[in-house]
Design a protein around this ligand. Structure first.
Ligand SMILES: [Zn+2]
Length: 414
């Protein structure tokens, strides 16, 4: 894609009200735009990244049997009344009335809707288990919508729901989802901990959060430096500095973190409230066992920037970068066909190119390339001759390579 056509242009200054790094850098580099507090447009660059994040999540959900679908966001009041959450979730649930005084919720989650689907479609134990998920917008009445795209009133979520015949089957799948989530966050390159937490309005049981270690995080967790033990600060009751109770040798460390995912073994509560039953092998009617599992792709976008940046800009990992390479033509004369030829050849190889074809100074092009943060920068200048300069965003070293060498390097991923 030609950078001269990319919407919008980058900005020299961060917005005055921006406090967090993701807010400053994502806005300056043209990935997101704020409509009002907590309400963001994903601009073309931002949407490219979120699409790649979603694809990683989708692959791992499909690998554990998840079936993708799409549920509505506008829900009738009555269905939220069935579980009592119309009142219980009062503080975070957006409620609205139409001109005929009918009341609705703008959803922040979909347990009630999946339960309704199950109640209409499940009769026997042979119809279970069920694993369904969707990517959709969520609404949350958020009093402090700060922290850039990390905390929105409207944001994107992938939520998976599972229904089972027994607690044993639910907990077996819960562990499988935990493994799939770990794969997602490893593919995203996060340094994360799986942390025990309280359930909030979702459940009275303990649940698990996926917490990315980050000095700028709003959450605080405790974790063992030797084994996988970790708890959210809200439920931690031990003494910091004591040895780990799980492995006996590790030290307990307190750290700031950003929550990017959570999983809830919800049990029979929803099925009992909403009358979602199946006939067991013995002929008796039993409530369905239920779990729900969320990842916030837009929050992942913000978290990636919080943990991968320097004073020049964003540093994308190649798995989620908006483009594979940033091609800069900085020649002031002889601007013949060669940049277009390189762009075409790379694209024919399936490589995504952002080609800076604009008439601006070399210094400006370099600064913007660093700000946008595409993993590989390719430069053609009066000095590069038949070759092309290759430089990675994470490194200061540049080298001259032929086009063939560049293509093979990009394909081999080293
Ligand atoms: Zn330990």
């Amino acid at each position: 894609m030609k950078q001269s056509t990319l919407f919008p242009k980058t900005r020299k200054e961060a917005p005055k009200d921006a406090e967090s790094i993701n807010h400053k850098l994502l806005v300056r580099a043209g990935f997101i735009d704020q409509l009002m507090a907590g309400s963001w447009t994903l601009l073309p660059l931002g949407w490219r990244v979120v699409t790649k994040i979603n694809q990683i999540i989708r692959e791992e959900m499909n690998a554990i049997g998840g079936q993708e679908m799409l549920m509505p966001l506008l829900h009738p009041k009555e269905i939220w009344k069935e579980t009592g959450r119309w009142d219980k979730a009062e503080e975070i649930l957006y409620k609205l009335k139409d001109t005929r005084d009918k009341e609705y919720a703008l959803s922040f989650t979909h347990e009630e809707i999946v339960m309704d689907l199950l109640r209409k479609n499940i009769t026997s134990y042979q119809d279970l288990p069920v694993y369904v998920y969707h990517f959709s917008t969520k609404f949350r009445n958020e009093p402090r919508a700060r922290s850039g795209i990390l905390r929105g009133r409207e944001f994107m979520m992938k939520d998976l729901y599972s229904a089972h015949t027994s607690e044993e089957d639910l907990m077996k799948y819960y562990e499988i989802v935990m493994g799939a989530y770990s794969k997602v966050f490893n593919r995203l390159g996060f340094n994360f901990r799986i942390t025990e937490a309280a359930g909030g309005v979702f459940t009275d049981k303990y649940t698990h959060e996926f917490q990315v270690l980050s000095d700028t995080g709003e959450d605080e967790i405790l974790y063992c430096d030797s084994c996988d033990w970790s708890q959210n600060k809200e439920i931690f009751s031990g003494d910091r500095g004591n040895p780990c109770q799980k492995c006996g040798k590790g030290k307990i460390i307190q750290a700031k973190s950003i929550e990017v995912g959570n999983i809830f073994p919800l049990g029979k509560w929803y099925a009992e409230k909403m009358g979602v039953n199946f006939t067991g092998e013995d002929g008796s009617k039993k409530p369905v066992w239920f779990g729900s599992y969320g990842i916030g792709p837009t929050r992942v976008l913000g978290t990636l920037v919080e943990v991968n940046h320097d004073d020049k800009g964003i540093i994308w990992k190649k798995e989620v970068a908006p483009f594979d390479v940033h091609l800069l033509d900085i020649r002031t004369r002889d601007k013949a066909q060669s940049a277009k030829k390189i762009d075409d050849s790379l694209q024919n190889e399936g490589i995504e190119v952002l080609w800076d074809d604009r008439d601006v100074s070399a210094g400006e092009k370099f600064a913007e390339a660093d700000l946008i943060g595409i993993p590989v920068r390719l430069v053609i200048s009066e000095k590069t001759g038949d070759k092309i300069e290759w430089k990675e965003r994470i490194s200061d070293k540049a080298e001259l390579l032929t086009l063939d060498e560049i293509i093979s390097k990009l394909h081999n991923g080293d």
